[in-house]
Design a protein around this ligand. Structure first.
Ligand SMILES: NC(=O)c1ccc[n+]([C@@H]2O[C@H](COP(=O)([O-])OP(=O)(O)OC[C@H]3O[C@@H](n4cnc5c(N)ncnc54)[C@H](O)[C@@H]3O)[C@@H](O)[C@H]2O)c1
Length: 381
């Protein structure tokens, strides 16, 4: 059993999800590798206590990430810090020779992402991927296999999105994800956009151009003291893109929605493909249900609903009759990261983390979307 020793930089919401996935690694079966958390770092010392209490393996806890990078006992880093820190932190991690799973958007803007990619080009020995767990739900894996088998025929349209609703409350306290200086000009696109791009990009469906409509619906929010302050980030983004099937060249509409103010939606990921021979769709609103329509010319056009059990890409102890959830999805993403690091290739096309090249394309898309919004034009990507 090969042990990959991890340092975590950023012990907030996502850092803890990784911790939980590591703590129950024995849930997965048949793997030749496992992660171990040996170091943690957070600017706020209080954030590290949970890790120190929960993991006997943590030998280093520091507020200075340079100390983690200087630690020879650390092989890999999970970095989950605010977007304005990505460029500096990710470049330093790569220069220190540590493998990296970095959080999206992988740079606050196009220039920051380009700087990270320049660093990666100088260090090809370092394995780097971007976090995005959406495709690891079993119905999404099945949709991925249908794409590979070309079960949809000619693609008619593809819709992918990520919707939240808690920002509908105008009295929700502002946090860094709602501040341009920390979150970035992309607003909801930078925060949420990687997820709905993940499946289309793995399918090879890259937007050629985009017409974006971005909205800032709640323009001020209370800060921690209760004083109202400007909230300038985009709340919602709808992108209408033209994409093409790389095998046939057929062009079709691809919509990508990222919304923080979608009434009634709590962490709703959805993905839908409509084609001439078949259709398929899934939404995390009902995470085990996949809907498929198979069409033969002149035959019925009937949607089937299939409730899938725990049919994960990386097998585990959970019986196939039980449900799969978000924390499983995070753990599957980590298994995919380590599988690719360990074996030099992903387990399958859709059981793979986002590559730096795929991330770079999201930055081209989101930058084009900002231009589109500013000029009310369709912009090339
Ligand atoms: N994959 C996903 O589903 C998902 C979900 C939420 C957030 N994210 C991404 O994860 C990243 C972090 O988001 P989060 O929700 O965990 O944020 P968070 O605010 O909960 O955690 C960020 C942590 O970074 C720490 N930090 C800030 N400055 C630091 C510094 N100089 N050195 C060390 N630590 C520092 C903060 O103290 C905080 O604990 C972002 O890139 C975000 O886009 C991904």
């Amino acid at each position: 059993m090969k042990v990959y020793r991890f340092g975590i930089i950023g012990c907030g919401l996502m850092g803890r999800e990784f911790g939980s996935a590591v703590a129950r690694w024995c849930h997965l079966t048949g793997l030749e590798f496992r992660p171990e958390i040996v170091a943690v770092c957070d600017a706020n010392p209080a954030m590290m206590g949970w890790f120190q209490d929960s993991f006997a393996s943590v030998a280093q806890a520091t507020t200075d990430y340079h100390e983690v990078l200087a630690n020879p006992a650390v092989d890999c880093i999970y970095c989950a810090v605010p977007h304005n820190l990505h460029e500096q932190f990710y470049c330093d991690i790569v220069r220190a020779g540590k493998h990296l799973l970095g959080e999206k958007p992988f740079g606050i803007d196009l220039a920051a992402n380009a700087a990270i990619n320049a660093c990666l080009a100088e260090h090809p020995e370092v394995f780097v991927r971007c976090s995005s767990e959406f495709p690891f739900f079993p119905p999404m894996q099945r949709l991925g296999r249908m794409i590979e088998e070309r079960a949809f025929g000619q693609v008619i349209e593809v819709n992918s999105g990520f919707l939240h609703s808690s920002d509908l409350n105008p009295m929700k306290t502002i946090n860094w994800k709602r501040m341009i200086a920390v979150n970035g000009e992309y607003g909801c696109l930078g925060d949420l956009g990687m997820h709905p791009c993940h499946m289309p990009f793995k399918a090879g469906w890259y937007p050629r151009n985009v017409r974006a409509i971005l909205s800032n619906i709640v323009t001020e929010r209370p800060d921690k003291s209760g004083a109202m302050v400007p909230c300038e980030t985009w709340d919602n983004g709808t992108l209408l893109c033209e994409a093409a099937d790389p095998e046939t060249g057929d062009v079709f509409p691809l919509t990508i929605k990222t919304q923080r103010i979608a009434p009634g939606e709590t962490d709703t990921w959805y993905f839908e493909v409509k084609g001439t021979r078949g259709c398929g769709r899934w939404s995390s609103t009902n995470p085990r249900r996949i809907e498929v329509l198979s069409y033969t010319p002149g035959g019925d056009q009937a949607w089937q609903q299939i409730d899938m059990g725990w049919e994960a890409s990386f097998p585990g102890i959970t019986g196939g009759i039980f449900e799969f959830g978000f924390t499983d999805c995070i753990q599957q993403m980590w298994a995919a990261f380590l599988h690719e690091l360990h074996h030099g290739q992903p387990k399958s096309r859709f059981a793979a983390c986002v590559t730096p090249a795929e991330v770079a394309y999201t930055h081209r898309l989101f930058t084009a979307a900002l231009r589109s919004q500013a000029h009310a034009t369709t912009e090339p990507v």
